[in-house]
Design a protein around this ligand. Structure first.
Ligand SMILES: [Zn+2]
Length: 95
């Protein structure tokens, strides 16, 4: 009985260690994303407007929509696309 409880406990600890490793990798990924995003913002800030910053972030593979802002983008996002459409319209109006 005790041996069985110990086995279960070992199993739980193993599962938790695996989950922790997954979370650790996720955090590393987020930190890397954050660092490259900051670098992009810093390099663009000097010469471009906020709208262009959004565009640059989007082009670099990040979401610019409010739903997922700053997250890595896998392919297209309808929210981002509609935001960029809006920006494009604004730019036409300004010209
Ligand atoms: Zn998006």
């Amino acid at each position: 009985m005790l041996a069985e409880a110990l086995r279960e406990l070992e199993e739980k600890v193993k599962t938790m260690a695996e989950e922790l490793e997954t979370i650790r990798r996720y955090v590393e990924q987020l930190e890397a994303d954050n660092a490259s995003m900051e670098a992009i913002i810093r390099s663009k800030n000097m010469q471009t407007s906020g709208k262009a910053n959004l565009r640059a972030l989007f082009d670099a593979g990040f979401h610019i929509c409010s739903a997922h802002f700053g997250e890595s983008r896998d392919g297209d996002c309808l929210f981002c696309a509609s935001l960029l459409d809006k920006e494009a319209l604004h730019q036409k109006e300004e010209q």
